[in-house]
Design a protein around this ligand. Structure first.
Ligand code: NAD
Length: 492
């Protein structure tokens, strides 16, 4: 840990000299009104850096820069864009350690996972780089006396708004396809963890991305974020964040008929039948709720367990949860680091109190933990004796808190699983193939894993149903969002 702390200090030095500026048209730019904000480390609540706090004037500046760069970027051959995006991926790999360390310090996420997340960011660039040359491909459709050709063109400058939980990886996941499609970008990262977004835009420009293709404006949701969603030059908003923010963005973007793509919250069920491989199911359930501090949209925050194995299975989970290492995010052994911010820690602890008041039983954790630095550490928590009507079973807590509910049979399991406003992911554990087919067919979720934790295959669609989102990312789905489809009819 000591060695990692020394390294982290060196990497954070990058942000210590003056204010972390916005990046507009390839230049460092202070906020038009000179405003700034501090980003705190959740480890000790000390400021890591002072950051430019952009508002409507800065967003306007960035949107104009993105518009000026658009024609040339959109006209660049896909093969050239492909090479450039691969260069960005190479540069991410070269600076992966720096990215991971800064991410851990800014978000409190454990190095164990952030080291992989930095490399996944590079993979996101490579994945979309390889598809850039074909992004415009369409179909040909014959009719009597007519030959139709469809093609796709980039929609224009787009706005990307990202959350604080794993900001680096999520930014690459949204921005790489936009660039591959030929769009220019204005990115507004989350105010709780803005630092790696700044590294990312620097890396992209150093790798040769033309000025103005990617612009970064830091600031708060209610001013910079809002202005981005309302700006007439911005043609679409790719948003990752809370469901109620998605609803606000839809309203804000209505006047300019903004195209929107939303990746929102979740209350994802893990459904465990008695015929499952229980040891594997328990490991996966534990991983899916407690890794990334439970601050993960696809986390398995509801555990639905067949009654006959409920006691035994929840005891297994409680035992595994109590052995999880909570600690400094830069300690290579840490699984659960500090929660992002005291405000969010309070929300998580409030939910633990609400669960107890509702009559659920704390079978593991349930308290704040005194961790290194004295920051926002919360013990991995398991609630048993819970039911689906409780708030801890219905609302997204976005922390290391799991609610276990028994079910009698397949019908009850399905009705409990679907009885929430969300529908992002679901995890089913059974050895009965017929049941797996029936169940996954009826489960209301955009992504379902059977006998597996969340393992992403990048060409598959990513996204949710119900209040968990609108639209899909991944493969060609991303291009459908960032591009307009055009039909040209030739008379024969
Ligand atoms: P949030 O909605 O509070 O903020 C997300 C971003 O939106 C931030 O950059 C914020 O500044 C901005 N914002 C806030 N108000 C805005 C407004 N009125 N107009 C424009 N922008 C605005 O979310 P959060 O707390 O940062 O992140 C946690 C949430 O993100 C959870 O609900 C989680 O499930 C969700 N999430 C979803 C996915 C997914 O892929 N589905 C992935 C990660 C996180």
């Amino acid at each position: 840990l000591q060695e990692n702390l020394t390294k982290a200090e060196g990497y954070l030095d990058h942000f210590k000299h003056g204010v972390v500026a916005n990046r507009i048209g390839g230049e460092d730019v202070a906020a038009a009104d000179g405003a700034t904000f501090e980003t705190l480390s959740p480890i000790d609540l000390k400021p890591l850096a002072r950051v430019a706090r952009g508002s409507a004037a800065d967003i306007d500046h960035a949107a104009r820069a993105a518009k000026s760069a658009f024609a040339e970027w959109a006209a660049m051959p896909g093969t050239t864009r492909k090479k450039l995006l691969h260069k960005i991926a190479d540069a991410i790999v070269a600076r992966a350690e720096e990215i991971a360390f800064v991410e851990c310090m800014d978000t409190g996420q454990a190095l164990k996972f952030m080291a992989k997340a930095a490399l996944r960011g590079a993979e996101n660039f490579r994945f979309f780089a390889d598809r850039a040359p074909e992004a415009r491909d369409g179909k040909s459709l014959r009719a009597e006396g007519q030959f139709n050709v469809t093609t796709r063109v980039p929609i224009g400058p787009v706005g990307i708004i990202t959350p604080w939980n794993t900001p680096f990886m999520l930014s690459t996941w949204k921005i790489a396809p936009a660039l591959a499609a030929g769009c220019t970008v204005v990115h507004k990262p989350a105010e709780f963890s803005p630092l790696t977004a700044r590294l990312l835009v620097e890396i992209a420009e150093e790798a040769g991305l033309p000025k103005g293709v990617w612009n970064l404006v830091n600031g708060f949701g209610e001013d910079a974020g809002r202005a981005l969603t309302e700006h007439p030059l911005i043609k679409a908003i790719g948003f990752v964040g809370e469901s109620r923010t998605g609803a606000m963005i839809m309203r804000q973007g209505a006047e300019t008929l903004k195209r929107v793509h939303f990746e929102l919250g979740g209350k994802n069920p893990v459904i465990v039948f008695a015929d499952a491989d229980l040891e594997r199911a328990a490991d996966a359930a534990v991983f899916m709720i407690y890794s990334l501090n439970g601050e993960r949209c696809t986390s398995s925050s509801r555990l639905l367990v067949e009654t006959s194995i409920y006691e035994k299975f929840t005891a297994l989970i409680a035992e595994k949860a109590s052995r999880i290492k909570v600690g400094h995010p830069l300690d290579p052994e840490t699984v659960v680091g500090p929660i992002i911010h005291p405000e969010h820690e309070k929300k998580v602890l409030d939910y633990i109190a609400i669960g107890q008041a509702e009559g659920a039983k704390v079978a593991a954790g349930g308290t704040k933990v005194e961790g290194p630095g004295g920051g926002c550490y919360v013990a991995p928590t398991l609630f048993t004796a819970a039911n689906n009507r409780m708030r801890i079973a219905q609302e997204e807590i976005f922390g290391p808190v799991l609610t276990a509910i028994p079910f009698a049979d397949e019908d009850e399991a399905l009705s409990l699983a679907n009885d929430v406003q969300y529908g992002l992911a679901g995890y089913l554990w059974t050895s009965d193939l017929g049941r797996a087919l029936r169940f996954t067919d009826a489960l209301e979720a955009g992504m379902i894993w059977v006998n597996s934790e969340n393992v992403r295959h990048l060409p598959t669609p990513f996204g949710g149903v119900k209040n968990s989102g609108i639209g899909r990312d991944g493969g060609d789905w991303s291009f459908d969002f960032y591009m307009e489809t055009k039909n040209i009819a030739f008379a024969t």
